[in-house]
Design a protein around this ligand. Structure first.
Ligand code: OXD
Ligand code: MN
Length: 595
C-alpha cells in the first residue's frame, strides 16, 4: 500500500510500474518488522547469507556478480540539454538521446520481480539542509543497504510532505549486463537512472549519484556546497571542538582519518577526535556567516581490506553488528568474515569472495586474494565508538579548516596552507594523486582529481571552480582556512616516510594552531609551510621521525612544482573556457613565484 498521498510521488511510482511492469510493488516503511522479513527472504533465495549471530549480530554477507564489483566511471553520465553544462570532464549525452537509449532497457525489466519503493532522507530528519529522494529498485540488497546509509521510510515521506522537490531514482538490476550498464544523472530534472549493476556505488542512489552529483548541481543553484569530504571534530581538553573537512581521492584513507585515534601525547592531555562523516559533506553558510557542514549519510560504506585493530579500530568496531559485508571472504569454520589485512591468519576453511570454497591459507600463500580489493562493509553510523554527538545536529557543525590531499611520492610536502581562499581554490583544483600498484594500469601516473570530485561533479568543472570562488566571496573573512596534505611521501626505496594513521593528528594540530594565529610559518612559492619544529613529533623517534626527517618532508622542490603547474595548465585547457580567470591568474602567479 502506498505510504503517502503526495501526488507527485504517486504519479511517478505509477509511471515506474508502467515502465518496468513488476509483479508487485512494496513500499519501504522503515519498520524493523518489514526489514526483518526482507532479510529472511534474501536468506531463502541465497542473495545473502546470515553470519554468526553470536559474534556478528544482525550481520549478513553478500556477493555481487564477478563483473560488477566497483563504480564504473566509463559508464557514468551526466546528461543535460547543452553539452557544455556537463562536459568535458564528465561523460555527457543529451538528455532525450540518453532516455531514448535507456527506455528499451527498462521496459518490462521487472517482470516476475518485486519493485521496492524506498523513500529516503539525506541529512538529519528535520534539518533545513536535508533533501529527500525516492529510489525504486528490484534489489533487496539495495533496500537493506539504503536502510543503513540513509534515513528511510515514513519519516522521509513526512519530511517531503506534499512537495515535488525530491530526487527520482530508478534502479533495475536487469541482467547485470556490463555492456548495457549505465549510471546516469539528469541534474536538470532531479533524476537518476541506474541499470544493469548491483554494486554499491552504482545502485545506492543516495550516495555518489544524489549526495554528490545531483547535490553539487543543486548547491550551485541554491548557494551551498556538496563535497567529497570527511568531517571530523577535534575536542580540546577545555571541551572546545574544532571541525575540519577533508577531501581525498577514493582509497586514500578518508575513513581512517575521519576515525583517527589520537596519539598518546594528545590522548593523555585529554584531546578527543569525533567523527561526523567519512565521505560526503553538505555545507551551508549559517546565520553567523560561517560555513556549516552536515553529513547527508547515516552509515559508512567503507573499504574492508586493510581495516584492522591497528589501522582503524573504530571502523572495525562499527562493523560488529547490523552490518552488510559485500565481497569479503567467508570464514566457514565460525561463519564470520575475513579480508586481507584483517589479521595475519587467513581462515583455512574459507570461501573466497566469488563464493568458491578454498583452503584460505594455501590460497593466500599462493598469491590469491580471499576478499576482493574493493570489498566493503555497510555499517550503521550509530555503531561508531567515536561518533560525534553533533551527528544529528540539524544545523551541522562550523568548519574551521578544509583540507585537500592526494598521494604524491615526491612533489607535495607533508602540509602547507594556502595564502587565502582563492589560492586555496586553486590548490583544490590542482589536486592530484599518483596511481598505486593496487589498481590496474601503470604505477606512478598522475591523475588530476580536482577537489576529489572528478568522478562526482554533476556539472561543468569550470563552473564548479567558479562556484567555489563565489562561496569564498560570500564567506569573506569567516571562510575556513584551506590546507593541503600529503601523507604519502616515499624514500628512495619507495617506503612511506610519514607514519600516517593516528599520527596525522599532529599535522591537524598545526593547522588548528594556524587558524588560531598561534604559530607563524615559512612563506614559500606554493603557500605557507610549517617551521619543522612546529610539528609535534614527541614519541615518534621509534618510527624513524626526527627533526631532520620532518624538514625533508616539508621540502618544496621548485622543478617538480613547475612540472605540476604544467599539469594543472593541461587540465585547465581540457576544461576549457569556463575555467575562471581568477584561477588562470592563480596559476600564472604560482609559475612566476617558482621561476
Ligand atoms: C568512493 C567511495 O569510491 O567512497 O569514493 O566509495
Ligand atoms: Mn568516496
Amino acid at each position: 500500500m502506498a505510504l503517502t498521498t503526495n501526488k507527485h510521488v504517486l504519479d511517478w511510482v505509477k509511471e515506474m510500474e508502467d515502465l518496468m511492469t513488476p509483479d508487485k510493488t512494496i513500499w519501504i516503511d522503515g519498520s524493523e518488522g518489514q526489514l526483518r522479513a526482507l532479510r529472511e527472504e534474501a536468506f531463502r533465495t541465497g542473495e545473502m547469507t546470515e553470519l554468526n549471530q553470536d559474534l556478528l549480530p544482525g550481520c549478513v554477507l553478500h556477493h555481487t556478480a564477478k563483473n560488477d564489483v566497483a563504480r564504473v566511471e566509463g559508464r557514468t553520465f551526466i546528461c543535460t540539454k547543452n553539452r557544455d553544462d556537463a562536459a568535458p570532464i564528465n561523460n555527457w549525452m543529451e538528455t532525450d538521446e540518453m532516455k531514448a537509449k535507456l527506455i528499451p532497457l527498462y521496459t518490462g525489466c521487472m517482470k516476475g520481480r518485486t519493485m521496492y519503493v524506498i523513500p529516503y532522507c539525506m541529512g538529519p530528519i528535520g534539518s533545513p539542509f536535508s533533501k529527500v529522494g525516492i529510489e525504486v529498485t528490484d534489489s533487496i540488497y539495495v533496500v537493506l543497504n539504503m536502510d543503513i546509509m540513509t534515513r528511510v521510510g515514513v519519516k522521509a515521506l513526512r519530511q517531503l510532505g506534499d512537495s515535488n522537490d525530491f530526487v527520482r531514482g530508478q534502479h533495475a538490476k536487469a541482467d547485470i549486463d556490463e555492456e548495457n550498464r549505465y549510471i546516469v544523472q539528469f541534474p536538470e530534472e532531479n533524476a537518476i537512472w541506474s541499470i544493469n549493476s548491483g554494486y554499491g556505488g552504482n545502485v545506492l542512489l543516495g550516495k555518489k549519484c544524489f549526495a554528490l552529483r545531483i547535490a553539487s548541481y543543486q548547491g550551485k543553484k541554491e548557494g551551498w556546497m556538496a563535497e567529497h569530504m570527511l568531517i571530523l571534530g577535534i575536542e580540546a581538553p577545555d571541551g572546545e571542538t574544532s571541525y575540519i573537512t577533508a577531501a581525498f581521492p577514493s582509497a586514500c584513507g578518508k575513513t581512517n582519518l575521519a576515525m583517527l585515534i589520537p596519539p598518546e601525547i594528545y590522548a593523555k592531555q585529554g584531546y578527543k577526535v569525533w567523527t561526523v562523516g567519512d565521505d560526503i559533506a553538505w555545507m551551508h553558510i549559517g546565520d553567523d556567516g560561517r560555513l556549516y557542514a552536515i553529513n547527508p549519510e547515516n552509515g559508512f560504506f567503507g573499504v574492508a581490506p586493510g581495516t584492522n585493530e591497528k589501522s582503524n579500530p573504530n571502523a572495525l568496531a562499527t562493523t560488529k553488528k547490523g552490518t552488510i559485508f559485500t565481497n569479503v571472504a567467508h570464514n566457514l569454520a565460525d561463519n564470520t568474515v575475513w579480508w586481507e589485512g584483517l589479521d595475519k591468519n587467513p581462515p583455512e576453511d574459507a570461501q573466497e569472495w566469488t563464493g568458491v570454497a578454498v583452503n584460505g591459507k594455501e590460497y593466500v600463500a599462493n598469491g590469491g586474494k580471499l576478499a576482493h580489493p574493493n570489498s566493503r562493509f555497510t555499517a550503521p553510523a550509530v555503531n561508531c565508538p567515536c561518533l560525534s554527538k553533533e551527528f544529528n545536529n540539524p544545523n551541522g557543525v562550523p568548519v574551521t579548516a578544509m583540507v585537500f590531499g592526494g598521494r604524491r611520492a615526491k612533489t607535495a610536502p607533508l602540509v602547507f596552507q594556502s595564502f587565502d581562499w582563492n589560492h586555496g581554490v586553486y590548490v583544490g583544483s590542482a589536486m592530484a594523486s599518483e596511481t598505486t600498484a593496487a589498481a590496474a594500469g601503470a604505477v606512478g601516473v598522475v591523475r588530476r582529481d580536482p577537489m576529489a570530485m572528478r568522478p562526482f561533479c554533476g556539472y561543468n568543472m569550470g563552473d564548479y571552480f567558479g562556484h567555489w570562488l563565489e562561496m569564498g566571496k560570500k564567506l569573506g573573512d569567516k571562510a575556513p582556512k584551506i590546507f593541503h596534505v600529503n601523507w604519502f611521501r616515499t624514500d628512495d626505496e619507495g617506503h612511506f616516510i610519514w607514519p600516517g594513521f593516528g599520527d596525522n593528528m599532529r599535522v591537524l594540530m598545526w593547522m588548528l594552531a594556524r587558524c588560531k594565529g598561534e604559530v607563524d610559518a615559512v612563506e614559500t612559492p606554493i603557500g605557507y609551510v610549517p617551521h619543522a619544529e612546529d610539528i609535534n613529533i614527541e614519541g615518534l623517534e621509534e618510527k624513524g621521525i626526527t627533526l631532520d626527517v620532518v624538514k625533508g618532508l616539508l621540502d618544496v622542490d621548485k622543478d617538480l612544482w613547475m612540472e605540476d603547474a604544467n599539469g594543472v595548465e593541461e587540465l585547465y585547457n581540457e576544461i576549457g573556457e569556463r575555467v575562471p580567470a581568477e584561477l588562470r591568474k592563480q596559476l600564472a602567479d604560482l609559475k612566476a613565484r617558482l621561476a
